[in-house]
Design a protein around this ligand. Structure first.
Ligand code: PDD
Length: 286
């Protein structure tokens, strides 16, 4: 079935969804994006994603193309038009298409490009991977210095996923100055003696919306949380490891660079946090 895609104010069949070759995102990766998951036809953590979009745009000197309410309306309209039950909505906002290639930003008033499309993933929350856990490799983090801005510069994360695949693993954790920053498209955690450890916020990592919710639920459940850098050796010696993202929720990590983490099976903390996150997020989904 052909999807209905939103492009610059219009809902069009996917084959007709097009943007200019002069678009700043195509030529300069000058755009930001968000991925919001949909469970049971409702949006998970929408407010967080909208707030981060506004922040990303602001850090790059761009404003919101429309109000948060209008964005929500488009998200919901796409869910309905595409009969989406479980999956994701991808949103991208770029600095627009000024009609030529130039390093300088286009003139004030150049219309931004706004694209949203759905990705159907039936049974997204019941992924068998969550019972099995994933395997990661470590790779150097050679991305730019503003990883807190969710830009479409995803070449290195994409290469990282391919390096993982080649090594027979599922994903990669990136390491800088001896410490883990994050996964290629997710935040990274370890659990040692009941304490959850994850990289502190800064420009080195994306401020995950799932991360914020999971840490809040963990603290509410009286679990101990430390936001600080950790090494791959520390992760290998941990009792558990896991990742979080809008599309994976909480996903256990059972192997790092070929070494089993803990028992080599998903641990109780990651398993419990996944349950709590899914349960609580569904309750307030819009
Ligand atoms: N990725 N870190 C990076 C580098 C990411 O790309 C993502 C999200 C996260 C987790 O953020 P959140 O919990 O807000 O999804 C952390 C999305 C899912 C993607 O690129 O598909």
């Amino acid at each position: 079935m052909s999807r209905t895609v939103y492009v610059n104010g219009e809902y069009v069949p996917e084959a007709e969804a097009k943007v200019s070759v002069f678009d700043r995102a195509f030529l300069m990766a000058d755009g930001v994006y968000e991925v919001t998951s949909v469970l049971g036809g409702r949006l998970i953590d929408f407010d967080g994603h909208a707030a981060r979009l506004e922040r990303s745009l602001g850090e790059l000197g761009m404003g919101m193309p429309m109000s948060r309410d209008e964005l929500l309306t488009i998200h919901r309209e796409l869910v309905v038009r595409n009969d989406l039950t479980d999956g994701m909505i991808y949103l991208q906002v770029t600095r627009g298409a000024p009609g030529d290639r130039d390093f300088a930003f286009p003139p004030e008033g150049t219309p931004q490009t706004v694209v949203l499309f759905t990705q159907s993933k039936p049974g997204l929350a019941d992924s068998p991977l969550a019972k099995q856990g994933i395997r990661v490799i470590s790779i150097p983090d050679v991305r730019w210095g503003r990883r807190d801005i969710k830009t479409v510069q995803l070449l290195y994360p994409s290469m990282g996923k391919m390096m993982a695949k080649k090594a027979g693993a599922d994903d990669a954790w990136m390491v800088e100055d001896g410490a883990v920053t994050e996964g290629t498209s997710n935040n990274a955690y370890i659990v040692k003696d009941g304490t959850i450890v994850t990289r502190n916020l800064g420009t080195e990592i994306l401020h995950g919306i799932t991360r914020a919710a999971v840490l809040r639920f963990a603290r509410e459940a009286q679990m101990k949380v430390e936001e600080r850098a950790f090494t791959i050796d520390e992760a290998k010696a941990a009792d558990e490891a896991f990742i979080t993202s809008a599309s994976m929720f909480v996903m256990p990590v059972v192997e790092i660079d070929g070494d089993a983490v803990g028992s080599g099976a998903p641990g109780p903390v990651a398993t419990r946090l996944r349950e709590i996150y899914l349960e609580e997020s569904r309750k307030v989904a819009v």
